[in-house]
Design a protein around this ligand. Structure first.
Ligand code: SR1
Ligand code: MG
Length: 417
């Protein structure tokens, strides 16, 4: 069937034609439930058996903006293939793919309705005791087994070519690394933080650091990265973690995926500064978020290092001092990318619900200022912070410094009133 965007009715008819999906007497309902920035997502359910599945179809443009922003539907191929490879490596953390239609840019996959989106859980200040371990192992394994540490050089280069993903990379290049640092048309931000945003646009120090991080994003082919591993791309229950949406996958810097996880936990940390009223409750939840970051890193570091030592197929890379140096560099990159990904969610196109659902714009501005402050420190201090084992202590110290500054400026305002 030639490409066209499906309607709910057409999605239902299509589902009935795919072998072994539903019995022929199935009574299907179909609802388009996509609330992301790019694609159509249909929830299709058999009213007899209760069985349900998800259809994800790429649109030839960015849904969040409309047809004026054309986008290659090749991202559906990239996503289906990345899901297949990641499923082979981490079956517990990837939804099952039942069917892929290249013409329609359509993937049919497991419905994860018994899970919730991690971002939603974090906004509700819920805790997930296994998440750090799961995501630490997921990142270590998917990133190790698709890197030069493990793949033979011909397979690695073929994979780099298979995952050339220019349209989606360009979105990241522009929205994460360029737009937030200048007066770009696509930017949008809370008017209450205008002064802070203007200061950012004039901040030559941060721009120098962001240039380094962007250059690495443009040129590095360390491993097949997920490319958009924010908390809206992760489904959870108390015991389970599932990663979805690898349409931004390409061969890039390993630290980028960990950076996305860290960024979205720290964004939630900043949002909770105003969301949770009770001080003790707030401190406890913010500590949980930082422990999750620390534990994610520790699990990643241990597993990635173990794999480098025991599973590496490339003898030249199996040198203990080099492995330690490489892992240290991943940590530094992760902290820098985390900062970039925080700042773009405050200043650029496509914000996050953690902050956006704070209804009062003045209160939201406080959390956004904190996110900018922490984001800047992560970028500029990434080298110093990454050399300490408990790097999250730096986040706590920076938070305290920011609170003191807030207090001082409030006192100054009161003094002149
Ligand atoms: C135009 S797409 C905006 C953002 O949505 C995706 O989830 C990516 O994060 C992208 O940058
Ligand atoms: Mg996505």
């Amino acid at each position: 069937m030639a490409y066209r965007a499906l309607t709910e009715e057409e999605a239902k008819d299509y589902a009935l034609q795919v072998k072994n999906l539903f019995p022929s007497n199935a009574q299907l309902t179909s609802r388009e439930i996509g609330d992301g920035n790019l694609n159509l997502v249909f929830h299709i359910q058999d009213q007899h058996s209760g069985k349900s599945i998800i259809f994800k179809q790429a649109l030839p443009y960015a849904r969040v903006v409309g047809e004026s922003w054309p986008l290659s539907i090749d991202r559906a191929r990239i996503e289906a293939r990345a899901l297949q490879l990641q499923h082979e490596l981490c079956p517990d953390h990837i939804p099952a793919v039942y069917h892929y239609d290249a013409e329609l840019a359509l993937t049919i996959m497991e419905d994860l309705s018994d899970h919730i989106i991690l971002r939603k859980g974090l906004i509700e200040a819920r805790t997930y005791p296994y998440f750090a371990r799961h995501i630490g192992l997921f990142t270590a394994r998917t990133l190790f087994y698709q890197s030069d540490f493990f793949l033979d050089p011909h397979t690695k280069k073929a994979r780099v070519s298979e995952f050339i993903n220019p349209d989606l990379c360009k979105i990241t290049e522009d929205l994460v690394f360029t737009d937030p640092y200048c007066d770009a048309e696509r930017n949008s931000f809370n008017p209450y933080i205008t002064e802070h945003v203007h200061k950012l646009w004039q901040d030559e120090e941060i721009k120098g650091h962001v240039a380094q991080l962007k250059h690495k994003f443009l040129t590095s082919t360390e491993s097949l990265i997920h490319g958009d591993l924010h908390t809206g791309s992760i489904f959870v229950t108390a015991e389970s973690t599932k990663v979805i949406d690898p349409e931004f996958a390409y061969y890039g810097p390993i630290g980028f995926d960990l950076g996305a996880v860290f960024a979205n936990l720290v964004l939630n940390f900043a949002a909770q500064h105003v969301r949770i009223q009770d001080a003790a409750e707030r401190t406890a939840y913010q500590s949980y978020l930082l422990n999750t970051i620390q534990q994610t890193w520790e699990v990643f570091e241990q597993e990635f290092t173990r794999l480098c030592v025991t599973e590496s197929k490339e003898p030249s890379l199996q040198q203990a001092a080099y492995i330690a140096h490489f892992v240290q560099q991943i940590k530094q990159d992760a902290l820098g990318y985390a900062g970039c990904k925080m700042i773009r969610r405050v200043v650029g196109l496509a914000h996050v619900a953690d902050l956006e659902t704070i209804a009062d714009p003045e209160a939201r501005a406080v959390a956004e200022q904190l996110a900018l402050f922490l984001g800047r420190s992560l970028i500029v201090q990434r080298s110093a912070w990454s050399s300490t084992p408990t790097f999250t202590e730096h986040i706590v110290a920076t938070y305290q410094r920011w609170e003191e500054q807030q207090h001082e400026s409030t006192t100054r305002i009161r003094a002149v009133e």
